[in-house]
Ligand binder design. Sequence first.
Ligand code: PEP
Ligand code: MN
Length: 625
Amino acid sequence: MILVLEKTVTQEEKNRILSTLREDGCMVREMSEAGQSIMGVTGKAGHDANFFQQLPGVAKVVPISTSFKLASRQMHHEDTAVHVGDVVIGGERIVVIAGPCAVESRDQALTIAREVRKYGAVLFRGGAFKPRTSPYSFQGLGERGLKILAEVREEVGLGVVTEMTSPTQADMMMKYVDVVQIGARSMQNFELLKCVGRLGKPVLLKRGLSATIEEWLMSAEYILSEGNDDVILCERGIRTFEPYTRNTLDLSAIPVIKNLTHLPVIIDPSHATGIREKVSPMARAAIAAGADGLMIEVHHDPDKALSDGAQSLYPKQFGRLMRNIYVIAPVIGKQLDFGYLDKATAVKHLSKTKGKGVQRAAFLGEMGTFSQKACTQYFGTKVAAVPMSSFRAIFEAIKGGNAEFGVVPLENSLTGSIHENYDLLLEYNLRIVGEITLRIMHHLIGHPGVKVETIERVFSHPQVFQQCRQFLERHDSWELVSMKDTARAVSQIKEKGDVTNAAIASKEAADIHGMEIIEEGIETNPRNYTRFVVIGTEPLENGPRHKSSLIYSTGNQPGALYETLKVFAGNGINLVKLESRPIHGKPWEYMFYVDLEADIESDAFKPVVSLLKEKTDYLRILGSY
Ligand code: PEP
Ligand code: MN
């Protein structure tokens, strides 16, 4: 059961509740949900709910209806994020674990690790203790394999995941690895589960070959009940009557799991299908279905692999899969970040060298805006997102040293460029150091239980009204109230308390303020994307960079723009954007805004830049990223 405590509960009352529960034979976890103190209670209580309800300081007793308690979503409403070094599993950034089935040699592991890291994997997998169906098959390198994994971490910079098959390996696991895997065959080895529950390392718990979801979550409960909260669930296919694939991948487990538990879930399409060609389609589907990540077997020479070669992707195939995931993720509100680890290292380095502690990124509006989402999806949670009241305030904050970075929208796929930010980029001497694209889904949000017929007034940003024009035309009696940002629109309707008011904003904004979505996805065109750029005073990461942004003006003579474009064409540089904007104070004169696919600031492009300088009156490189 869960005890929800009074907002005014004193420490003395808390202590009394705790000792009553413990005397009653219960185990208690103190937690906080949305600022509210709660106690998660497991074990057999000697008293019934009424008894606990009457204890001073208890506001409410909520029974947990499922057999698993600590794993239950009822116990912990928010998603659990499992931290492995700089990697966070269970958030808006997709985590991909890749590597061979088994560690075969130092060379093999390092070769594959370098390849998968290059393509965007953030953790390395490889078995050293292999639970094989046949005792005559390769059983793994044992401790020697673990030592190789530790070397991979040192040399390639990837945290390592490996399977533990017996409690006797606990010390070795502590010494060499970052995440301990419990294989499908061990899912109900309860002694092993209790052991990893006490280990103090994150655990990746695979679903058993014929386990129900409930049995799987009960196994997670074993680990959680020993005090280890860092459990990652991994669906790897279940045994059915179908012989065409090695197992049957149960993708429907993803939404079921998301509903039942707060734990992150990743998908292993390699063991699920057992066939190389089937791995990528299933991996793509898993991400579309809402998985937090993937575990993929990759081998540079699968024909010679000592185990599971037939299901291992070639590194290049893995690279292609990653590019597809990169495109799919934003559609469902997530990101695959190719710069994940490098960015984390760069941010840590800045914090150290500048001696300012936590790095800060300024964004427009309140928590729950799309700008804040862009900010946390780009940086993760290690950089503090700092709300600002205007775009100019973001630029000022960086200039004045009150933030190291800013995240500003630059263009929307439906409504075009956000000119104010282009003007500010010209005015301030800051650089573009990165970019991130978000799908923008708008929802009609109101007070809990309110129906669309009740609404008379809608609050949001004017751009949002434009993006939801068709929906709003169907409700033309509604008064539209302009707000500075979407999250503020939600906080306003909450504050006013009037049920005839609604807001248009993101799901996150509704969640933060305890409001409800009345109509989902009301933007006219679902292909609604906003591209944000990250600005700062110096480049965030070392190269290679793929894209650059420039602003320039030319003389007013025939062919002036053509001459500049010839420079790009002649050097094989692909332009992805060309826009002209009026120059302030000079009517009918224009600046050209160009995005191109090249690292224009690198040495290789120095001659191109000199040529461009000759052909332009003014040239400013906003940054390469
Ligand atoms: C593995 O990941 O290498 C493995 C043996 O997987 P499973 O336990 O899912 O069969
Ligand atoms: Mn395998």
